[in-house]
Write a protein that binds this ligand. Structure first.
Ligand code: DAH
Length: 359
């Protein structure tokens, strides 16, 4: 026999209204509409009725089934909305709370200097090249026209590694110049690179550290001349020190790997004990340079009758100390936070030369 449909409807609708979770709601669905649920069972029993009675009861059962199904759907949505409201309420952020203090890092003056140097040369079309810190004698000396008995070897206070199986001793590179050789071996001219990196010499005082940094530069082409060297380095010095009319002087010098060679000085004043760059009539040496020695080009398989170029090298700590008024080199590597807070830069400070030469 059919159950009392009004009774069923009243029971289910009130159960649905009172359900307080998805699990409970699903249990009601199974009890009413599941395979063995009350409505489904009643549907199966319709066959016992006949004629009009069966049609009427069928319609009534279908209507009830639909009503219960949509009541369950509506309740489901209501429960989901309530859950979301509860989550939003519990995860509310109190924007009136004062912020917790955050530890602020600093950019090391050396990193900053390297960024600035790279930005300036990038504006002039240079790319960055790299080489290993542990070098062979060939790349560090011989290929750069510094043969075994050359006096320049003594000046470098080289750190030697223990001899290998063939008795050859590698070195910690004493300058970034070996990257010139590696670059010329690897790529065909025209070449326009800088090579910043760590360098090593057995030396330690207020302005020397056994590990320090240099930046090398190399330009090779068919008609690169001394005028290019001068223009490039004058522009660099003025952009780096931020003095438009900075006096720059090229003083004849000697390096085995360049001919002719010149050291570059910038104008400064030392009056009153303080150093002022760009004023006064004193000079300060900041880098070495020259036209690449034809022997060096030959050592790299480049025909000196077809190509020529210029090179330069500078100490990054030195130019950082000069630009930022840092008197002693040793604390650069002490990781002393007091020093970093004083000489370091805020991470989001706009770099002073963010536009390179265009600034
Ligand atoms: N390698 C030299 C040094 O360590 C610096 C230098 C001078 C590099 C003249 C050059 C150059 O490329 O042309 O003192």
């Amino acid at each position: 026999m059919l159950p009392d449909l009004d009774q069923l409807k009243a029971t289910y609708l009130s159960q649905i209204a009172e359900a307080d979770g998805l699990d409970g709601l699903d249990a009601i669905r199974v009890d009413a509409l599941g395979k063995k649920g009350n409505i489904s069972t009643a549907m199966k029993n319709l066959g016992q009725l006949d004629g009009d009675a069966r049609r009427e009861a069928g319609q009534a059962l279908n209507a009830l089934k639909n009503e219960i199904a949509s009541a369950i759907e509506a309740k489901k949505e209501e429960l989901a909305r309530a859950a979301l409201d509860a989550r939003l309420a519990s995860e509310q952020v109190d924007v009136t709370l004062s912020p917790r203090p955050e530890a602020e890092g600093r950019i090391h003056p050396l990193s900053r200097t390297l960024e600035e140097v790279t930005a300036i040369f990038a504006e002039m079309g240079f790319t960055v090249a790299e080489g290993p810190d542990i070098e062979s004698d060939f790349y560090n000396f011989t290929a750069l026209n510094i043969p075994p008995e050359h006096p320049a070897r003594q000046e470098h206070d080289t750190f030697y590694l223990p001899p290998d199986a063939e008795g050859k001793r590698k070195v910690l590179r004493t300058h970034t110049s070996p990257v010139q050789i590696r670059t010329m071996e690897k790529i065909e001219p025209p070449i326009r690179i800088i090579a910043p990196g760590r360098t090593y010499r057995s030396d330690h005082d207020a302005t020397h550290s056994p590990m320090f940094h240099q930046c090398e530069g190399l330009v090779i082409g068919k008609d690169i001349h001394m005028g290019h060297l001068k223009g490039c380095l004058i522009d660099f010095c003025r952009a780096f020190f931020g003095v438009d009319d900075l006096p720059v002087r090229f003083r004849p010098s000697y390096f085995p790997f360049t001919e002719p060679s010149a050291e570059v000085d910038i104008g400064c004043s030392r009056e009153g004990g303080g150093l002022k760059i760009g004023a006064g009539d004193d000079w300060l040496e900041i880098l070495g340079s020259g036209m690449v020695n034809p022997k060096v080009l030959e050592n790299c398989g480049i025909d000196p009758n077809e190509y020529q170029g210029f090179a330069f090298g500078m100490g990054l700590e030195r130019i950082a100390m000069l630009k930022y008024g840092i008197p002693d080199l040793r604390p650069f590597y002490d990781s002393d936070l007091r020093w970093m807070r004083h000489y370091g830069f805020m991470p989001f400070d706009p770099p002073s030369i963010h536009l390179g030469l265009g600034a």
